[in-house]
Structure formats: C-alpha cells, structure tokens
Design a protein around this ligand. Structure first.
Ligand SMILES: Cc1cc2nc3c(=O)[nH]c(=O)nc-3n(C[C@H](O)[C@H](O)[C@H](O)COP(=O)(O)OP(=O)(O)OC[C@H]3O[C@@H](n4cnc5c(N)ncnc54)[C@H](O)[C@@H]3O)c2cc1C
Length: 417
C-alpha cells in the first residue's frame, strides 16, 4: 500500500510529539509514525529545566504541567567521602532573568500533554520504519519513500527523524554512531501510598565514582537514580527483581539509609538500567544533519549523557525552532521543495552549535561530578579536587547560563508575512 504525506515525523517520543505540536501551532499538519502500539513512558520521570519551560510555553502547554508539578529551587549534594554538603541553586541568575526553576514530571504526563493537543489521527502507532529511499519525481523535485515493517510505503515531502538515539534517519544521513560514556544509569520510581513525608527537594550523593540521588515528584512518589562506572556482571536489565537486588546490594550499598529506604519502595515496573550514550560534539557541529527535505531532531541528532538534564529539554527547543524555520520560509512559485530545504538547513544551522555545547557540557559535568572516572588515576584526584573546590561554586552558575535559553514564541505562518 502506498500513501502520500506532506510532512512525516518518525518517532512519537518527546521530540516527535513536540515537533508535531509546534508545526500545528504554525498551521502545518504532520503525521507521526511510532513503532510502538502506544505512547511509551520508559524512563518514568524526567527533570525539565527553564529552557524546556520556555519551549512548552511556546507550544501552549506549560500551564497544564505547572498546575500539577511544583518547582524545586535547589539541590543538596553530599560528598560521602568527605562529608561536605554543597548547595546548587536552580532558580534566578546573576542577571535576574525570568526562570521557572527545575520541575520533575512523569514522562508519560509530558507525552500525553503533547499528544492530547494533536488531532486524533496524527499518530500512526505500530508503524516501524525499516528503510528510507530518496526518489526524484517527474518535475525533478525529490520525495522520500519510507518503507514500514507492515508493508506500507509512505511517499513524504518532508521527513523529520525523531527516532531516538539509534536513529535510522540519522544513519541514513550519515551521522556517526553514538559513543559510550563508559557509565550506566539505574533509575526507578518509588511509591509511598501513605505519603513519604519528605521535603520537596533533590538530594544527590557522590561516592567513589558513583553519583546517585532522588527527587520528590509529589507527596507520594519519588524518582531516584544511580549513575555508575560499573557495568552489571550479567545482563539482568530485563529482570526487575534481580536488578533491584543489584542496586540495593551492590551499586547503592554504601549510600545513606535515606536513599536505600527510597529505593526499597520502587515500583518494579518502572525500574530501568541503561548505558549512557552521546554523539561526539564535533560530529554534531560539523555533520550533515539535513539532506534535501530530510532532517533530525532530539536524541536522533544530539544524544547526550543526562548530567545536565538536557536531552529532553533540548528536544523541546528543537521542535519550536524547526517549526519556526518552516513557518518563516516562503514557498516558491515553482512548486519545488527548495524553500523547504532552505528552512530545514536554517534549522540545522541554528541548532548545531547550541546542542554540541550542551552535549560537551553534559559529558564534562558527568565526568567531573563522578570524580573523573572514579579510579585511582592522577586525573581522578584532580577531577575530585576541582569538583569539590570549584565546580559547584563557580562552574555550575556558568553552566546554568549555558542552559538558560528562551526559544521565543511561535506565530502562525499567515501572521509572519
Ligand atoms: C538515565 C537518563 C536520564 C535522563 N534524564 C533526563 C532528564 O532529567 N531531563 C531531560 O530533559 N532528559 C533526560 N534524559 C534524556 C531524555 O530521555 C532524552 O533526551 C529524550 O527522551 C529524547 O527524546 P526523543 O523523542 O528524541 O527520543 P526518544 O524518547 O528515544 O523517542 C524516540 C521515539 O521514536 C520511536 N522510534 C524509534 N525508532 C523508530 C522507527 N524505526 N520507526 C518508528 N518509530 C521509531 C521510539 O519508539 C520512541 O518512541 C535522560 C536520559 C537518560 C538515559
């Protein structure tokens, strides 16, 4: 079966749904292809920083989440090796700019909030892209053929790959494979039906190359994580009971009892173990992330380690900027696709350096905070010394400035002329 579509977005995650919504806001309809039969909420929760809230405001949905979730204004970081406690501020900056602070939300709530703003037939579930081909049409314009696992072929004018870290669209564009950071993360959601009774805050612990923490989402749920250099001896990632045992008895065994008490209440269905991957920043800065009318957004373009909580936040920025580039472009009279190609090219040029810096910043933040590898190399000692004396006090405020970014509003195409 052959179907024709104007704009097709591959992937119904944060980037895909936000891009579809941003396009809708500027009066452009898109189809989203998602390989799963429903919206997936793997990862359970995520923290959204100020730049994400600006993007969600442009998408017109920030108020829906802000009415449910409360901001956290600071994090307490305890170095278990020295006993020192440092404070990281999240809101307000030196220039006293507008700042929402940091809010942790359920991943599913974010996806549903984006999806419910879209026309009901926008997302085509169980649609797994297996190959992409480009075709030159009779009028010498180009179309892209998307072959799905169920035998459907979609002829699309524009393709936006929002298909995550192992993106088929990024591969088709020739981007390098993501790299391993050598670190892994276990995370889960602890549920306290009678209430946990803790303050609404983010607590973090540093210990011998491990960074762990927990953040309250509401009065009954706490999201926790452990990021470590040690891999699992056996792959037990699909067995939540064994994975929880591994976290409690090995990965988190030296962490304080308040952390272990949270982990103990984990809802097993939310537990996950993932390697932390990223794309080399120079590859992002110099890659060809657009070819004709095909481009990429979100993790497909810039997978990054989660140390600045920016993967999802920057995917939301991508969506707003991509839609703005399309809405501000002017269709040419000859009915070819050159104006669209130019719009996508402009989007990539606007994004590449910002996201390359975020990827680099996230990698460095992770490396420094986890003591430069956690082993006994000379640079590990230097990294720990730097972290304990300078990072949180002097570097973190600069990083916050790097993260702070207002992508502006979206104006429907008819009003931009
Ligand atoms: C441990 C950890 C913690 C994190 N914490 C945070 C945080 O606190 N804050 C934050 O902002 N970010 C965080 N991130 C990063 C964040 O999870 C990602 O950046 C974000 O999910 C990227 O969204 P995406 O839509 O680009 O990709 P994804 O969420 O991976 O979505 C891709 C979608 O495409 C679909 N898909 C893939 N291939 C195909 C195909 N061939 N055909 C059809 N559909 C396809 C998938 O099923 C999926 O639905 C964290 C990441 C990790 C690993």
């Amino acid at each position: 079966m052959m179907i024709e579509e104007e704009i097709v977005i591959i992937g119904g995650g944060i980037a895909g749904l936000a891009t579809a919504l941003a396009l809708k806001r500027v009066g452009v309809q898109a189809r989203v292809l998602e390989r799963n039969p429903e919206l997936r909420a793997g990862g359970t929760a995520l923290t959204l920083v100020t730049n994400a809230w600006f993007a969600l405001r442009a998408l017109g949905v920030d108020h829906k989440l802000k009415s449910v979730y409360q901001p956290i204004n600071k994090s307490l970081v305890t170095n278990l090796d020295t006993g020192a406690v440092q404070e990281l501020g999240f809101s307000g900056t030196k220039e006293n700019r507008e700042d929402t602070g940091v809010i942790t939300v359920h991943r599913k709530a974010l996806l549903e909030t984006l999806a419910e703003e879209l026309p009901s037939d926008t997302i085509r579930f169980s649609s797994n892209l297996i190959s992409i081909k480009s075709e030159t049409l009779k009028d010498s314009s180009k179309a892209t053929l998307l072959h799905l696992e169920d035998g459907t072929v979609i002829k699309a004018k524009v393709v936006i790959g929002c298909d995550g870290v192992h993106s088929a669209v990024a591969q088709w564009l020739g981007l390098s494979q993501p790299l391993s950071s050598g670190r892994w993360a276990a995370r889960g959601l602890a549920v306290f039906p009678e209430g946990h009774g803790l303050n609404h805050e983010l607590k973090q612990y540093l210990h011998a190359g491990t960074r762990a923490g927990f953040v309250t989402i509401n009065s009954k749920e706490i999201y926790w994580f452990v990021v470590t250099y040690s891999s699992l001896e056996k792959d037990i990632s699909a067995n939540p009971e064994l994975l929880l045992e591994e976290v409690e008895k090995k990965l988190a065994k030296d962490l304080p009892s308040e952390f272990l008490a949270v982990v103990k209440e984990t809802d097993l269905s939310t537990l996950s173990w993932v390697p932390l991957l990223f794309r080399a920043p120079w590859n992002i800065a110099f890659c060809k992330a657009q070819n004709g009318c095909v481009t990429i957004a979100g993790d497909a373009m810039h997978p990054m380690t989660p140390d600045l909580a920016q993967g999802g936040c920057s995917a939301l920025e991508d969506a707003v900027i991509l839609a703005r580039c399309i809405s501000e472009a002017h269709p040419t009279a000859t009915n070819d696709n050159q104006w669209l190609e130019k719009a996508l090219k402009r989007y990539v040029e606007e994004r590449r350096w910002r996201v390359a810096w975020l990827v680099a910043g996230a990698w460095l933040a992770g490396w420094v905070q986890q003591g430069g590898g956690g082993d006994q190399q000379w640079w590990s000692g230097m990294a720990r010394w730097f972290r304990d004396r300078f990072y949180y006090q002097f570097i973190w405020p600069r990083i916050r400035d790097l993260i702070w970014f207002d992508c502006g509003d979206l104006i429907p195409a008819s009003k931009t002329d």
